[in-house]
Design a protein around this ligand. Structure first.
Ligand SMILES: C[S@@+](CC[C@H](N)C(=O)[O-])C[C@H]1O[C@@H](n2cnc3c(N)ncnc32)[C@H](O)[C@@H]1O
Length: 186
């Protein structure tokens, strides 16, 4: 009998490896996110890891804003908590430990980010439907996937699932090491 293989989930200790100073040079998070997030808004970082993008989002939403940092692995959230506290950003961040098949987030957001995570989820279609549910009417959703792990055809399949989930593709691009798509709720 054959069964569907479970997708590989980035082990928690890799969080330290992927969040290194060279990445900050090659893929600086704030310039990427600045045009999508404004002060006072609510954002969600889905599959946040140790917070490479969460900390940038927390700076961008400012004191009056809020960031939901959602991840499967408690070790990722623990490291993020420590790093956010050290930078004085913890008050703006709500840490949410989710299940592989359930984000567990109901609060509506102005912006959602899924960076390097969709290919790790057991059911990308279900994940994208949950993303659609938390977006405010004017909200934007940025999906980033690593080129190394996600060939063009797989990214196209993800975008098709996003359409089926009710998301509307606004633009698509490639950047150093990755593929990006900006989507809206409709
Ligand atoms: C490759 S890391 C990326 C972390 C971060 N977004 C970044 O770009 O630095 C993928 C993260 O997604 C999380 N993850 C995997 N499957 C998930 C799921 N079904 N729901 C939420 N998070 C998940 C993993 O625990 C891991 O922290």
């Amino acid at each position: 009998m054959t069964s569907t293989p479970r997708p590989h989930v980035c082990p928690w200790w890799m969080g330290y490896v992927i969040d290194h100073p060279l990445r900050r040079l090659l893929q600086p998070p704030e310039p990427l996110l600045r045009s999508y997030v404004q002060s006072g808004q609510t954002a969600a970082d889905l599959g946040c890891g140790m917070g490479y993008y969460t900390l940038a989002l927390a700076r961008l939403v400012g004191l009056a804003g809020r960031v939901y940092a959602v991840d499967l692995q408690p070790q990722m959230l623990k490291a993020l908590r420590r790093r956010a506290r050290r930078r004085g950003l913890l008050e703006r961040i709500e840490l949410v430990q989710c299940r592989a098949d359930r984000l567990g987030l109901t609060a509506p957001v102005d912006f959602a980010l899924a960076a390097n995570v969709i290919h790790e989820t057991p059911d990308p279609g279900a994940f994208l439907r949950q993303v659609r549910e938390i977006l405010k009417p004017e909200a934007r959703f940025l999906a980033l996937e690593p080129r190394g792990h996600v060939p063009q055809a797989d990214f196209a399949a993800t975008l098709q699932r996003a359409r089926e989930a009710g998301l509307i593709l606004q633009s698509q691009s490639e950047f150093r090491g990755g593929r990006a798509a900006l989507l809206t709720a409709g």
